[in-house]
Ligand binder design. Sequence first.
Ligand SMILES: CC(C)(COP(=O)(O)OP(=O)(O)OC[C@H]1O[C@@H](n2cnc3c(N)ncnc32)[C@H](O)[C@@H]1OP(=O)(O)O)[C@@H](O)C(=O)NCCC(=O)NCCS
Length: 345
Amino acid sequence: MNMRRAEITGWGKYVPEKVLTNDDLSKIVDTTDEWIVARTGIKERRVRSATDTTTTMAVAASHDAMRVAGLTAADIDLIVVANSSPDYLLPAPANFIQHELGATCPALTIAAGCSGWVYALVTGDQFIQTGAYKCILVIGVELISYALDYTDRGTCILFGDGAAAVVIQPSQTDAGVMSFELGSDGGQAYNLWVPGGGTANPLSQKVIDQREHYIRMNGQEVFKFAVRKLTSCLNNITTQAGMSVSDLDLVIPHQANLRIIETAARSLNLPMDKFFVNLHKYGNTSAASIPLALVEAIEEGRLKAGDVTGMVAFGSGLSWAGAVMRMGAKVGAVNAAPVEAAALL
Ligand SMILES: CC(C)(COP(=O)(O)OP(=O)(O)OC[C@H]1O[C@@H](n2cnc3c(N)ncnc32)[C@H](O)[C@@H]1OP(=O)(O)O)[C@@H](O)C(=O)NCCC(=O)NCCS
């Protein structure tokens, strides 16, 4: 079989217009801009306006990605959506997104929290490698503000809404996914979870009164897990790709907390300028975090054709996922100025 790596040929993003600053949050919960910046590095995040849904955000990002790739919805063979904040519990978000894009291909959703998009990328890569599909849209989208308890200062300050998408296609060169690691430690599930609203604890007045339909987190345990996995996963995937961490042109870490990234950078002995950071603008956008950072890294010229990036995500599960990827000829060769999604409709 002629195995081909999957390379990125298109990219796009969408973030809601509405900005929620740390000062805005300090009017809602007992916190300050100084505390949030010092403990997380986050300055502001985007939150949905009335017209933003998981579907509309994903569709806007996908239109940009397809435009850059020079493709229409009819060209897409598979849509993989990483999401844990669906518009409805049934069907899964991928079906709504497929329909709104006007695509007729299969569409599947991967719910793996903040690790979801790397899981989705690796899943898409397998279909490209086997030759089953030639053109795959890999989307990370999260409207996580709906699951935040805006009376809990330990969680509501961290997260924001957003979406990003890439198109992957078979590479004619050595560009593409070079290695990956996927992981799950379900024994730590209750360190980051939503206790109510599922089948174990269905939605009821009691669930609502006790605010169990919102995210609960043991921040310190998640912090330790994140530092450990960012470090070990980056080491593992670079070794597997036949290189060392210092050979990477850019590291794209999950944008959860600047202190997590700085601690991992110290233990990996890497300078901070090797790490792409945009969490100050968006906070933690969960499954959208890595693709949003990847898209901005490409748009800002931090990644060019031939460059190799190491991406590592971690989050609820607890789960983690990493991939090393070489950028193909398209990256850096296209004027990446985003076109308004509306212009394509
Ligand atoms: C949430 C997090 C920022 C808290 O920072 P921390 O340094 O661990 O803080 P602690 O939980 O030890 O709390 C220290 C104090 O700050 C307080 N505090 C918590 N959130 C606060 C806020 N937003 N503003 C002001 N004070 C806050 C706590 O109540 C505590 O007060 P106390 O000492 O009087 O009890 C940090 O644990 C973290 O980022 N963890 C990882 C979370 C994450 O990334 N999750 C997503 C992964 S995908």
